[in-house]
Design a protein. Structure first.
Length: 738
């Protein structure tokens, strides 16, 4: 591995000079060839005949070819050296930026790559007074280490590839000829090296797996490398070698380091193949026929079994299981994912074991083997692929397929008709043993427009995504038992995130007479919006999950805070401000009332969660306070707003802290099981949060208002939220949400 000091101090000037010198050589060789033609060949033509002349002219013809070959080799070497210089320069520049970042942020980077936090605040009372500081510093440290490792991996792979390319004699050892097949790019060298390892007939050694990991990690997001690697390896052979690597010989005991190495390989290989499927997006000439063939080969290979240990079990994993195992990583081509999903459903409905449940079809006697990497249910990996590829998930979950003349609605099949096998072996995740969790990831991606695990900026809602969200609310709200007391409960956290994503539409459905509340992008079900008849039971059921409860609560309070900011800005007069503030406070109160009752049902009736679960969720899940603020501001201003900082004069971080504090207060004490006590606590919380938001709005808007009027206005808004809370709790407990 290239070291930090070496890359930091490396003088790349001589390499640039060498590349320039080689670049100048072709013109010189061409000049020599012309001079040779004029002074020798042309001078002798017509003046020399006979056998000796014929032999001489033949030799001179070969000399002309050698001049041409010399120019070709020089040109190719120049390109290779220029590419190498570009790779090394980029890596060095990135390293310098990381070292500067570390230095400025009080981290010490050692020569061996270790990073130490030397922030003086760690040893001061400030740190103990800020419990989040240590966690924040640890996240930054881990990020630095990860990015430093990445830069060194890229530099090492480039260094080894350049060395290999310059030592390579494509003429088969014929040192008397010029080499016209010199590599012109490091991508080609590294793709050849990686594909050679994947095409090796024998099992790879630990050192070879390490080498393969290095090559893939350094280039997994590079379209050119990924394309060449995929084409040279082939779809079926890719799966066969992957299966072999993940299935050590019977009786083999792998160390923790070896298992970690294979887990890393799975991630690197999946991302690389995904990048390969999207590589023709960069082509001006349209689809790449070789990548199309690679994708078709993967689809075809899904139908066959791959068995690396026939002595251990007569059954191997199917190509679908192997491909889906890799799909949980990276960005994949949208059209390929559509074709793959249809093929997967077809296999389940009309395969060799047609009519059986998926756990019987994909399960025993198939086995993951001793590495236990991947998942037996290929639909789980496919759902995570959709979860990381928003455009594909939106298209897939809003479309259908025709299988043997039967129309199959993708969403209905996955949400209602399909039996999802349960267990870590089927999902590949011991923390989430239900495939419905993976389906939730796909639905999050499809409705939000960003990967389900992304903390990036919100993406404005499209008509298709808003329509899908409306369909899900109607489906689940119309049949509350669908996610109550069933394995589908595992989707509640995702459904909570999706609800938070569409909080403006949710609040608008409960009242928006003055039109202050605006959707983030295209609205849901225009012009009516969500139907409250299905929205209320939907919220009531989803809100029983602690994580969903927190996401929805924070997003609702964040939206209310921003709509109040808008009212204060647009209606600075006290008289017109009063009804406008009441108008935006009431819907948030309804949401809070529904959620308060849902929370109590989860704790005291379902016993599916404890009060501590809800408090812990608040303590660790404050992302929706900031994200909800960003989306609401984006809707209010008509822009894609940032999540933190100051937006249009509004101190977002201050409001975010206020929202988190408000949600934290809205909890129950399990010892206080009197319905009236719990109900009163919920009402008090929503009243307080609404009054606080209003005062913050007036302050940020710079409205000049007497303390008496401010108190009266705050009480008016609090009363509107209180009324909303009563309405929401009554709606829920009356049976709409049960």
């Amino acid at each position: 591995m290239v070291s930090i000091p070496y890359l930091d101090k490396a003088d790349l000037g001589p390499l640039a000079d060498a590349a320039a010198s080689w670049k100048a050589l072709p013109a010189k060789y061409e000049a020599l060839q012309r001079e040779f033609e004029q002074r020798v060949v042309n001078h002798l033509k017509g003046h020399w005949e006979g056998d000796a002349a014929d032999a001489a002219f033949t030799t001179m013809g070969k000399a002309r070819t050698e001049y041409e070959n010399a120019a070709t080799e020089a040109e190719r070497i120049a390109k290779l050296l220029l590419d190498a210089h570009g790779e090394f320069s980029a890596a060095q520049k990135q390293l310098h930026a990381l070292l500067d970042e570390a230095r400025n942020d009080h981290y010490k980077v050692y020569d061996d790559g270790r990073v130490e936090d030397v922030d003086p605040r760690q040893d001061s009372p400030t740190a103990s007074a800020s419990p989040g500081l240590a966690e924040e510093r640890k996240k930054k440290l881990d990020s630095l280490v990860s990015r430093l490792t990445r830069v060194l991996e890229v530099a090492t792979a480039a260094d080894e590839a350049a060395s290999s390319a310059l030592e390579r004699d494509a003429n088969g050892g014929d040192s008397q000829s010029f080499n016209t097949s010199v590599y012109t790019s490091l991508d080609s060298v590294e793709a050849d090296q990686a594909s050679a390892l994947m095409n090796k007939k024998e099992r790879l050694s630990d050192a070879e797996i390490t080498k393969l990991n290095l090559l893939l990690s350094a280039n997994k997001n590079d379209p050119e490398f990924s394309r060449e690697f995929a084409v040279k390896t082939g779809g079926e052979n890719m799966l066969s070698k992957y299966n072999e690597l993940m299935s050590p010989p019977a009786g083999t005991s792998l160390s923790k380091a070896q298992l970690a190495q294979l887990k890393e390989l799975k991630a690197n290989l999946g991302t690389t193949i995904g990048t390969a499927t999207t590589s023709d997006d960069h082509r001006k000439g349209g689809p790449d026929p070789e990548i199309t063939k690679f994708q078709n080969d993967l689809l075809e290979a899904g139908r066959r079994d791959f068995n690396a240990n026939p002595t251990e079990s007569p059954y191997g994993l199917s190509g679908y299981q192997l491909t889906s195992s890799l799909m949980s990583e990276g960005k994949w081509d949208k059209d390929f994912l559509q074709d793959y999903g249809d093929a997967l459903i077809t296999a389940e409905k009309n395969g060799a074991n047609a009519g059986q449940n998926p756990d019987a079809y994909w399960g025993y006697p198939r086995t993951l083997g001793s590495t236990n990497i991947g998942a037996l249910d290929p639909m789980a990996g496919f759902m995570d692929a959709l979860g990381h590829n928003p455009d594909a998930s939106t298209e897939f979950l809003t479309s259908d397929a025709t299988i043997d003349g039967e129309k199959v609605d993708h969403l209905d099949y996955l949400l209602k008709d399909r039996h999802w096998p349960e267990g870590a072996g089927y999902t590949g995740d011991s923390a989430n043993p239900s495939g419905y969790n993976n389906l939730g990831h796909a639905m999050e991606s499809a409705t939000s427009g960003r990967p389900f695990d992304s903390d990036g900026a919100p993406v404005k809602h499209t008509t298709e995504r808003a329509a899908l969200m409306n369909e899900l609310v109607n489906t689940i709200g119309g049949d509350p038992g669908l996610i109550s007391g069933s394995p589908r409960d595992e989707m509640r956290d995702s459904l909570g995130n999706m609800t938070a994503e569409y909080m403006a539409d949710v609040q608008a459905a409960f009242g928006n007479e003055q039109g202050t509340i605006k959707p983030f992008g295209e609205p849901v079900n225009p012009p009516k919006g969500f139907e409250t008849g299905t929205l209320v039971p939907f919220l009531a059921n989803v809100g029983r999950d602690p994580d969903a409860y927190v996401a929805i609560s924070e997003a609702s309070q964040a939206n209310t805070a921003i709509w109040m900011q808008e009212v204060a800005k647009q209606h600075p007069g006290y008289d017109e401000m009063t009804p406008a503030m009441e108008n935006v406070a009431h819907p948030g109160g309804i949401v809070a009332g529904i959620l308060s009752d849902a929370r109590d049902q989860a704790i005291f009736e379902e016993h599916s969660a404890s009060d501590k679960d809800f408090n812990d969720a608040v303590a660790t899940g404050d992302k929706w306070a900031g994200r909800g603020l960003g989306m609401a501001v984006g809707a209010a201003t008509g822009t894609a707003a940032p999540i933190v900082g100051t937006i249009a004069g509004w101190a977002v971080e201050d409001i975010q802290a206020m929202v988190v504090a408000q949600v934290q207060q809205d909890t129950t004490d399990e010892a206080q099981k009197e319905a009236y006590t719990r109900y009163a606590e919920g009402r008090a919380a929503v009243r307080d949060s609404t009054a606080d938001s209003l005062r913050e709005a007036i302050r940020n808007a710079g409205v000049d208002m007497s303390p008496q009027k401010l108190d009266t206005l705050a009480e008016s808004a609090a009363r509107a939220a209180d009324d909303g809370h009563t309405t929401g709790a009554t709606w829920n407990s009356s049976g709409s949400g049960r």
